[in-house]
Design a protein. Sequence first.
Length: 297
Amino acid sequence: MTCPVCGTVAVPGARFCHNCGAALPAAATLPAAERRVVTVLFGDLSDFTSWSEDLDPERVGAVTDRVLAALAGAVKTFGGHVDKLTGDGIMAVFGAPVAHEDDAERAVRAALSMQRAVRRVLDDERGGGAPLGLRVGLNTGDVIAGIQAAIEYTVIGDTVNTAARLADAAAVGAVYAGARTSAATRHVASWRTLRPLRLKGKREPVEAYELLGLLDAPGTRSGLGDEAPFVGRETEIGRVAGRLAEVIDRGEPRVLLMTAEAGIGKSRFAAEVERLAAGYDVGAGRYAAHTGARVLS
């Protein structure tokens, strides 16, 4: 049962909504814990803590409220359930307590809506300051859904943990997803295959994908190019992996210079290097021959 006023899931036996205080129907109960297939979404603001430590608490609170409101609004727009707010992020569930035949698609659309909304808020608030952004992780699978500790409705299981770790691994402004989410939304979204990710708490590397965009959105690339598996450069990738290991072990930055003829695949190789180094600070640069300008990103 949900509150007829604000839509919050009610605590079993409660007479009033714990969120807005509205009176609840007489039998405000939820089913016992049950097994469900859901898509879990985690969104987390990167570098928000370091950005906010020197700011006035009232401004931090105002920015946080705007960001969380934008995240929750995107979830509700696409029929998801806000499971919890995590200070500077959100956990949402699509498929519980209410299931739809397209919950994975709803989660993907919500993730893109979140990215756009957060960018607007941060552009207004940071005034060209720190490069804040949202990391999003999606994962589809089995969970146990129900009231936990007789307090709140939530979902638990490895599906939830993996979604959280995918959000941790995602690049700023990116959406990473597990295999089931990607497979369920191939008809509406374009995905790039990532190298299997080693996620905290997982014994084996996890198959992962990066969302490129919706197929019905203008300018979306799909089917070939960046989506295709990266093959034929095992030797070069191995060299980079070795240098990355040295950087990690010594704690000293290195510069990698790559030169090659036009069209040979430098940009794609650089993108693979960035994914290989996911979780570490990587700066990329290129020389624009037609302008003579050096461009850094």
